[in-house]
Structure formats: C-alpha cells, structure tokens
Design a protein around this ligand. Structure first.
Ligand SMILES: Cc1cc2nc3c(=O)[nH]c(=O)nc-3n(C[C@H](O)[C@H](O)[C@H](O)COP(=O)(O)OP(=O)(O)OC[C@H]3O[C@@H](n4cnc5c(N)ncnc54)[C@H](O)[C@@H]3O)c2cc1C
Length: 337
C-alpha cells in the first residue's frame, strides 16, 4: 500500500483550506470530504462575511474552495472515514471500501448544530430559521427575532442579535438559565431582550419565510402562545463530528478534539485535562502536545482544525484559518521525519 504524505478528513472550509496549502507545498493531499460532502455551508444561503467575497452562496463557496484545492493536485473522495486503524506511523485509515496509509492526518470533520427537530423548523432553515447570529444577524435589521436556549451561547446570540433587531425574545423551556451569572446579567440589562421562561416551541409559522412561532408555555405568566417574529435562532448546542476518533485522540468533555493550542489555554487556566493526564509539563508529553505545532492533537502527526476543535468562534473564516495553520504544521512536521 502506497504511503501518502497527508490525508485530510473533512471537506468543509477547514479541510479544503488545508488541502490547498498542502497541495501547493507539493504534498499531494488526499481529502475525504465526507458523504454528503461540503459540511455546514451546504445548509446555508448567502454568506457575506467570508473575506474576499462580498456575497456568495454557501454551496458555491465550497465549490470554489474545492476547485482551488484541485487545481494544485489535491485528490478528493466524497467518502467517510470509518476509523483510524493505526495511530502510530505510518497511520492507517479505513473507509467503507478500503484502507490507506499516511505519514500525517489532518482531522477537519466539523460539527453539527443541534436543532429542535420540528418539521416546520427544517422547512424554514435559511428562510428565517438559523443557528448562527454572527452569520445571519445582519439580515434582521429592525426586525423581531426569537432565540431558543438557556446557556451562554443563547445569551450571546441574543446579545448579538440585539445590535440589529428591534426586539429579541429569549425563550427557554426551563424556569432558570444555565448560563453564567454575568451573561444572564447582561441579558437582563438589555432593554431589547425579553425573556420567556418555561416555554417550548411547538411550530414555526410561515410558508416562504418565518412569520411567527407557536409556543407551549408552562408555568410562565406571560401569555405567549403565539408570537410574530421574522427570525428564529436555535442556540441549543453543537455536536462535533469526532465520534470516529474517540479511541485515537483526546477529546474534551463535549467531544471537541484537544489540540496543543487548546491544551496550552487549559494549562494557563489550570483546567485539568479531560483524560486526567498530568498536563503537559514543559510544553510536551513525550512528543504529544508539542507547542511548536499548535494544531497537533494528542498524537504526533495527527492534526486537527476547524469546528471539530473550536467551540468558540465557529465561522467559515476561522475554520479556514485553522485549516491553513494545520497544513503548515503538518508540512513542517513531515519535514522532520
Ligand atoms: C446554517 C448555517 C449557516 C452558517 N452561515 C455562516 C456564515 O454566513 N458565515 C460563516 O463564516 N460561517 C457560517 N456558518 C458556520 C460555518 O459553516 C462553519 O463554521 C464552518 O463550515 C466550519 O468549517 P469546518 O470545515 O470546520 O466544518 P464543516 O463545514 O462542518 O465541514 C466538515 C466536513 O467534514 C466531513 N466529515 C464529517 N465526518 C467525516 C468523516 N468521518 N469522514 C470524512 N468526512 C467527514 C463533512 O462531510 C464535511 O465535509 C454557518 C453554519 C450553519 C450551520
């Protein structure tokens, strides 16, 4: 079996940006772009905040990134990786069809936003239903929107939206938020945000676009069975696509891949390692978490980038930047072997 220089797992902005750079470095990358390929941007319409494009449709941006990576000799297979079989050099990965050998791996499998699971929510996604205020808040200038969720992300989404919208309902199914006190305080002080507790969304109303929501209100005194809104933002969490790698690289308690950069922050904050390892004294643990390579995972030669690592920024641009960093790390690491 031929040993590749680098296999990239993931065909979103992180994986394709890593492919572009490793291809231009002459490493002939092989990308497993997943099935279906393309990642989260395939679920959206206009993207107005990817640098270099004033406006582009999400799927068109993915096509452009693919084309650019292919131009320099990337090979792309729209297939899923089932397993990293061997976690020592050379690595072996397995798809449903066969096995591949490689000197390095970049994991860029992204994350999935969690949705409520309503038929009307799915139908109106991209037509007023969103999971990203940073991405779509701008489209709701002077409109009325609702945010669903009770954690820090929901508070942040509500705050972000209040900069654009004239009114933001923050809806939570319990009688108290689990968000940090400081975030709750900021929301409370914000005159544009009205909280509705003990309420669950029953239906998103609208044919072509969101026109309102139907609520089932529990013990709340607010009569809010039906609300007119122009947008609905779901902020109930994300799930990184890392299940396949859980026996190979160290994940945090939410399933995100821990890289050297994240580990360094955890050390600075004195947060214990999720796996209980004595954390990385002197900047390395027998070659693992080598701070020279910020995108390196707990296994030397396996790197990670994008939303499967990052639960903070979750943007196409940041994922792309992380993919580039991982490709430069992989390139430098291969050169030492
Ligand atoms: C509705 C919506 C709208 C958004 N709008 C914007 C926006 O306007 N601007 C913006 O900057 N960001 C936006 N985002 C966020 C942005 O899409 C993500 O931050 C970005 O796509 C993350 O890139 P990624 O490459 O890390 O992961 P993803 O885009 O999630 O790509 C992951 C890739 O990995 C593949 N994969 C997963 N598992 C496997 C496996 N086992 N084997 C092989 N491949 C696998 C998937 O098929 C996919 O190709 C939006 C997100 C959503 C959900």
């Amino acid at each position: 079996m031929e040993t590749r220089n680098v296999i990239i797992i993931g065909g979103g902005p992180a994986g394709l940006s890593a492919a572009l750079y490793t291809a231009r470095a002459g490493l002939n990358p092989l990308v497993f772009a997943g099935s279906p390929p393309g990642g989260q941007l395939m679920l959206t319409t206009e993207v107005e905040n990817f640098p270099g494009y004033e406006e582009i449709m999400g799927p068109d941006l993915i096509q452009t990134l693919r084309k650019q990576a292919l131009r320099f000799g990337t090979e792309i297979l729209d297939d899923n990786v089932k397993q990293i079989v061997s976690s020592s050099l050379p690595f072996t990965i397995k798809t449903s069809k066969t096995e591949y050998s490689t000197k390095s791996i970049i994991i860029a499998t992204g994350a999935k936003a969690l949705w409520l699971g309503l038929e009307s929510e799915t139908r109106l996604r991209g037509k007023g239903v969103s999971a990203c205020a940073t991405c779509d808040g701008f489209f709701f200038k002077d409109k009325i929107v609702a945010v669903v969720g009770g954690g820090d992300t929901a508070m942040e989404e509500a705050q972000t939206l209040s900069k654009f919208a004239k009114k933001v309902y923050l809806i939570h199914r319990k009688d108290s938020f689990r968000a940090s006190i400081i975030m709750q305080a900021r929301v409370k002080e914000n005159p544009k945000i009205e909280t509705i507790m003990n309420a669950s969304i029953r239906e998103v109303v609208g044919e072509q676009r969101v026109e309102g929501i139907k609520l089932e209100v529990g013990t709340s005194k607010i009569d809010a069975r039906s609300l007119s809104v122009d947008g609905l933002f779901i902020a109930i969490g994300h799930k990184p696509d890392t299940e396949v790698f859980k026996d190979n690289v160290i994940l945090d308690e939410k399933g995100y891949i821990v890289t050297s950069a994240v580990a360094a922050i955890n050390i600075a904050k004195n947060i214990p390692h999720p796996d209980g390892h004595p954390l990385l004294e002197g900047g390395s643990m027998e070659g693992m978490f080598n701070y020279k390579y910020q995108s390196m995972t707990s296994i030397s030669g396996i790197f990670a980038a994008g939303d499967c690592v990052d639960h903070t920024y979750r943007q196409a641009g940041t994922a792309s930047g992380m993919g580039i960093a991982a490709s430069l790390d992989a390139e430098r690491w291969i050169a030492t072997k």
